[in-house]
Each structure stands twice: as C-alpha cells, then as structure tokens.
Design a protein around this ligand. Sequence first.
Ligand code: UN1
Length: 512
Amino acid sequence: MPAVHPTLAAEVRELLGSLGVDAALHTGGSLPVTSPITGEEIGRVVEHETEEAEAAIERAHAAFKIWRTVPPPKRGELVRLLGEELRAAKPALGRLVTLEVGKIASEGQGEVQEMIDICDFAVGLSRQLYGLTIATERPGHRMMETWHPLGVTGIISAFNFPVAVWSWNAALAFVCGNSVVWKPSEKTPLTALAVSALVARAVARFRAGGGEAPDGLLELVIGARQIGEILVSDERVPVVSATGSTAMGRVVGPKLARRFARAILELGGNNAAIVCPSADFDLALRAIAFSAIGTAGQRCTSLRRLFVHDSIYDTLVTRLRRAYGSVTIGDPSKPDTLVGPLIDKAAFDAMQRALQAARDAGGTVTGGGRVNVPGCEGGFYVAPALVEMPSQAGPVVEETFAPILYVMRYTKFEVALKLNNAVPQGLSSSVFTNDLSEAELFVSAVGSDCGIANVNIGPSGAEIGGAFGGEKETGGGREAGSDSWKAYMRRATNTINYSKSLPLAQGVRFDV
Ligand code: UN1
C-alpha cells in the first residue's frame, strides 16, 4: 500500500482549481495519478475513448482551417497572451510539476520558465516566418519560397518534461498556423489539464480583444498507448512530434512513414562527457554533478557516461564521490533537496537491473540503493550511483532513465571521442578542456556525432533558443529554437511569370 499523505492530494486539487481546471476532469475518472513524492494518489483523470479522440482530431482539423487564415503576427498575439498566463501561473504550475513528477522546486519552476521562454521566442517568430526570393534564369519571372501552415500537429509528450516539451512544439505550431492535439504521458495528465486551462484563458482574452480563435486550437486526448496510436494513424494529422523511448519511436516512426506524415522524434539519449587534463576541475565537477544527478537522472540529456583522462582520473573520481555523498536526497518540496524521487517502481527496478548488469560486466558501484525518506515511504528515492567501468560495455551502451553515471578512463583524446560516438543514441555530449584543439575537434565535423555538442558545460539544461534533438536512435527531430519551426509548415516554391512570353527552363523548346 502506498503511504498516505493526504495533504498532497488536497494541495493538487487546490492548485488545479486555481488554474481553472474543472474538478470533474480529475476526480472520479479511470486513470489514477500518483505523486512520486509519496506514492499517494493525487487524482483520477477522465480518459478518452477512441471515438472521443477521433472527434478531438476533427475539431482540431476544423480549427486549423480557420486559424491558418489568421495573420501570423495575430497568431503571435495569442501566444503572447499564453506567455502572460504562464508568467502569472508560474508558481502554481511549477509546484504542480513538483507534485506530479517529483522535480525539486527550482526545476519545477524552471520547467515553466522554459515554457515562457519559448512563448517569447514564438511571438518574435510570428513576424519572422521568412521565405526566400530566389534568382530565376528566366526573364520577366520571379521565383520565391513561401511557408504555409501545415495542419493538425500531434504532440506525444513524456513524463519527465510534462509541460515544457509540449510548449516547444505547441508555441511554434500555433504561430505557424496549426492546431494541436496533445497526448500527454499517462503518468502526468494533471499538469496537461492545467496547461489546457491556461490556453483556454489565453484564447478567451484573445477573443475579448477582438481576435478570431476557433474552438479546437488545442485538444487534449488522455489515455494509454492506443490513444497515441489514433493520433499517429490519422490522415488529418500531417505531423507528429513524439518524445519518449527509442522503443516508442520504433513503433511511431514507421507508422508515420507509411502514410508519409512528418515525424519529429525526440527519443533516448546516452550522453557522455570527456574530462581532459587541462579542464577547470571545479567547473567540471559542478557540471557533471548537475547533469548526472539533477532531475534524478531523468532528463533525456542527463549525463550517463564520463570519460576521464588517466592523469586526473583518481583525483576527479575521489572528488566526485565526495560530491555524490554530500547531495541531499529527499522530499523535493524541501528547499535543500537536490535529488527527488524516481517517477515510479518500474524506474527503480530498471535502475537496479542496470546496476546488477554493470557489476556483472566488472563495474564497481558506489551508491544506487533505495533511500528511506521519512514521511515519503511510498516514493522511490535512490542514492545516485557512480559506477567505475573497465570498458564501455553492457548497460553502458543503453539508456537507463535513472541517476547512474558510468565512469571510464582514457589516455588518448581520439579514443575518448570515438567512445563518445560508439553508442546507438546521439542526443547530447560535452567536453571539458582548455585546450583549443580538443575543443574545436569535439565540435567539428569529425567530432561528436550528437545533436548537441558542448564545451565546458554539461550535456543537460539546454536553452530554448537552439534547435533541440539528436541523431541516430535519438530520432533526428529538432524542436524549440533556431529554424525548427520549418517542420511545422509546408514550403511552397512559386514561380510567377509577369512577361508576355513563355521561356521554358533549361532552354527547352516546345512550340505548339
Ligand atoms: C528532455 O529531457 O526531454 O536540456 C528535455 C535540457 C532541457 C530539456 C530536456 N532543457 O535538459
């Protein structure tokens, strides 16, 4: 039986009420939601049937047909209002992230800040959906490239960033003229309900200011895997952005490909860092600790593999051990806690299996056991694990969504770089060095093969301004900043003839 901690459920109800969520949506439904803090049930969310999900897609499709005609800067105004709602709701929504996912307070708040940031970015973008003018070989002609709204954008999000990843996609989709159907993780439907209510508030204010926002701009579909499959299979959804495991991507990717829909896949990461002899030790230690232990190792970008130069290995590992021993593990509501709980028992079991596999492969494990947190006995708290490995083998090449850091020695930089790339995943990576040639090599064409390659900062904690995503089994999708918006629009090449003759391209003659 999970420990009973009735105050959490009451607080969740109060927060959801303050954010404008109808109590009928999260009490008395069929989907139980538990807080990883205590294992206590904090809601019972109403799930959607197949027909309801299909109706939601239809509403979103109808909304798209109207929304695509609204000028982009006006669409940006809606996102600006959403950013305002998020600013006002930041304390409550951030707290709800803590209660539903177990993130420490600053990370819960940080997640909402990431939403605000992408809204700001998208508002600016709404006046910058730039096309091109292209030089044409024909006299009296003009050639250009225009970007048009694409359609209903499907978003399948994961528990670990329950609302920020939605916003990276949705804020862009909205300014691009698309509507959104969102299937949140079954583990985190409450924060999704809250966000949906905030969008409704922004829409109401937009309309009050004379804006035309159709119903169905954001549809939430809640349920298990089959609800996500409806989104993936429906012809009315031309693009689906899915965040989750590589196993999920292997199902979703081919299904989308079969109907030629676009896939924006953000799947597993197995992120490494290389610590070179010239590295700033204190800086590297802090970065490693945050990336490997922060969010209890449950970021796609969490640091999982560390290659340390032989000459500094013993000193670094000793200091890392000390840092690992000093972090406060416990209730994420407490201000001095740095490591909250794992999401659930399945995550704990997967972590223990990986640690056993590491021991079997010759690894030496420090930490990794369950930690008893008084008052939170139903939560799965762990001591972050530092695992010294003789080589990159066994569980080291897999992604385990838990705070496990595999540490390995290297002597030649080129070998460490090769090992950085020698896993199936390709999301994020870092090098700690003050040697310019090592830094440049790492970010060069023959350097890290990941979507994110950093110098003197850890692999996690990306800002929204850059394109986020990775290669190989990470799925290849890009979200958030830079020109990621192009994935949510369709490109048209237009050639306009304003002359009275019809010269054909490539000098072809066809006189009838
Ligand atoms: C994820 O873990 O799914 O780079 C996203 C980071 C965050 C986003 C992570 N900004 O750690």
